[in-house]
Design a protein around this ligand. Structure first.
Ligand code: AMP
Ligand code: ZN
Ligand code: FE
Ligand code: FE
Length: 287
């Protein structure tokens, strides 16, 4: 079984529509995908219907923006994947609305800072890049910068301007990682820490805080991810073993939006997927 549990669509910052994503996965020969758009369930209905039509197994998901550490300059952004959440859960719904409101308030501030760096953009140039999206993210700003010819691609836009800890002051509302795990669990879902060591996070993610998340009911760690080296994967596997956490692997596919992450490039062990489904069934999650 070929299983990819981390995929983005146009409902957030991917470039393929949910239906197209499912069709591509089926054509490639994958057996299972989970759609995990940032802070939104907006693509799940279309993907679920398309999956039934082509005979692909589909797991509803999301990738919740969160933070680790005290609020303010010492806080680090982290991503928590939630699988099988009930989409009408009141607590999770209310928090997703706050997170999306935070996104909507953030991007005009980022535009003003870019203008200050001599890179003006019209708001309509950004919204045009996010036509099907539930909320605007930095990748949409990157796309508008590419369209203007300021940078060659999303990667360059991030490397020069948009990266975490880069030249822009980028603050918005997110729950803490612990709150994110609690919200996902309360909605019947299973929480997996996405790409724990990606982009320098190894410097501040320690076993101590993963222990705290494990005690709150974290289900697993996304160990097999393109952004992790073989060494980092070995270390994360040891931590997962010690903490009794499942190990997943996934592509983090964004369509044309992210190079080096083709659909299905990393996979999750079918035995782990079976445990995940079993857990969701017990918790009355959404399967
Ligand atoms: P946002 O949702 O606005 O916080 O932006 C997060 C998105 O930006 C995710 O899709 C990331 O994959 C992408 N991203 C974050 N950092 C980088 C980077 N350094 N290079 C390319 N993409 C990035
Ligand atoms: Zn993304
Ligand atoms: Fe992520
Ligand atoms: Fe992602």
């Amino acid at each position: 079984m070929w299983i990819d549990l981390h995929v983005h669509s146009t409902a957030s910052d991917g470039t393929d529509r949910p239906e197209r994503l499912v069709q591509s996965a089926q054509a490639l020969g994958l057996d299972v995908i989970a759609l995990t758009d940032h802070d939104s369930f907006a693509g799940l209905a279309e993907a679920g219907e398309a999956a039934v039509a082509v005979g692909l197994e589909f797991l509803p998901g999301l990738e919740l923006s969160a933070h680790w550490g005290p609020a303010g300059p010492d806080s680090h952004p982290v991503h928590i994947l939630g699988y099988g959440c009930r989409v009408d859960d009141p607590g999770l719904t209310a928090e997703l609305e706050r997170v999306r409101r935070g996104r909507q308030e953030r991007w005009p501030r980022l535009l003003a800072q870019l203008a200050g760096l001599g890179l003006p953009l019209d708001p309509a140039e950004v919204t045009a890049q996010a036509a099907a999206a539930d909320a605007i993210g930095r990748p949409h700003l990157a796309d508008a910068m590419v369209a203007r010819g300021y940078v060659a691609d999303r990667d360059q836009a991030f490397a020069r301007y948009l990266r975490d800890g880069g030249p822009l002051q980028d603050e918005r509302h997110t729950p803490s990682a612990a709150e994110a795990v609690d919200l996902i669990r309360a909605a019947g879902g299973c929480a997996v820490m996405a790409h724990p060591f990606a982009r320098g996070a190894e410097a501040w993610i320690g076993l101590d805080w993963l222990t705290e998340l494990a005690q709150r009911g974290l289900f697993g760690l996304e160990v097999d991810h393109v952004d992790h080296s073989p060494d980092q994967r070995r270390r994360l596997r040891r931590w997962a073993d010690r903490l009794g956490l499942a190990v997943t692997g996934s592509s983090d596919y964004h369509g044309r939006g992210k190079s080096g992450h083709p659909l299905g490039v990393e996979r999750t062990d079918p035995a782990v997927y079976a445990v995940l489904r079993q857990r969701l069934a017990e918790q009355k999650g959404r399967l």
